[in-house]
Design a protein. Structure first.
Length: 184
């Protein structure tokens, strides 16, 4: 009986802790996307992302690169194409065990593994080839869409031109922290 009680407490504490992850709402001109962030698995990526959120640093940015059946990428450019200032690059956390599956949010970067700053992408389909493989760096997943995957689908379906840029801008009106992580 003691073991059953201990098991129940362990399982219930796991769900209680899982419910404490921060949640953001990405408000776009195509609708809203709720994203649960994973600070335990990707502390640097989540802290970096939230620092831009707290500065209202994503307001007026765009999803500037959209590839249906791959991903939608945004957070770094204004509608006119001008890039925004960035904080220092962060260390790559792609070895955190979270796969680039449909609906996950990950840090975009250059070919250099530790170059992620403000740009992020949401996987439109499973993209396991973006995961870390052995000593080959991948793209660090730091959360997952909890609501609004239909909005991701709508964005992924927009008409694009050169460099996968949407013909009509997909604007990020704001990203708001609606549920901060609880401090235990």
């Amino acid at each position: 009986m003691k073991y059953i009680t201990a098991l129940i407490l362990l399982v219930s504490s796991h769900f209680a802790l899982a419910a404490e992850n921060p949640v953001v709402i990405i408000d776009t001109n195509k609708g809203q996307i709720s994203v649960e962030l994973y600070p335990e698995q990707a502390p640097l990526s989540v802290a970096n992302f939230l620092s831009y959120v707290q500065q209202d640093g994503f307001k007026g940015t765009t999803f500037h690169r959209v590839i249906k059946d791959f991903m939608i990428q945004g957070g770094g450019f204004l509608e006119d194409g001008n890039p925004l200032q960035t904080l220092p690059a962060i260390r790559n956390e792609s070895g955190n065990g979270i796969s680039n599956e449909r609906g996950t949010i990950a840090m975009a970067r250059t070919g250099a593994p530790h170059s992620a700053t403000r740009q992020f992408f949401i996987n439109h389909k499973d993209n396991n080839f973006l995961d870390m493989r052995g000593s080959q760096w991948g793209y660090a997943v730091f959360g997952k869409v909890s609501k609004g995957l239909d909005v991701v689908d709508a964005i992924a379906s927009v008409q694009t031109a050169a460099a996968d840029k949407p013909v009509q801008a997909v604007i990020i009106n704001s990203i708001t922290l609606v549920k901060p992580a609880s401090k235990e």
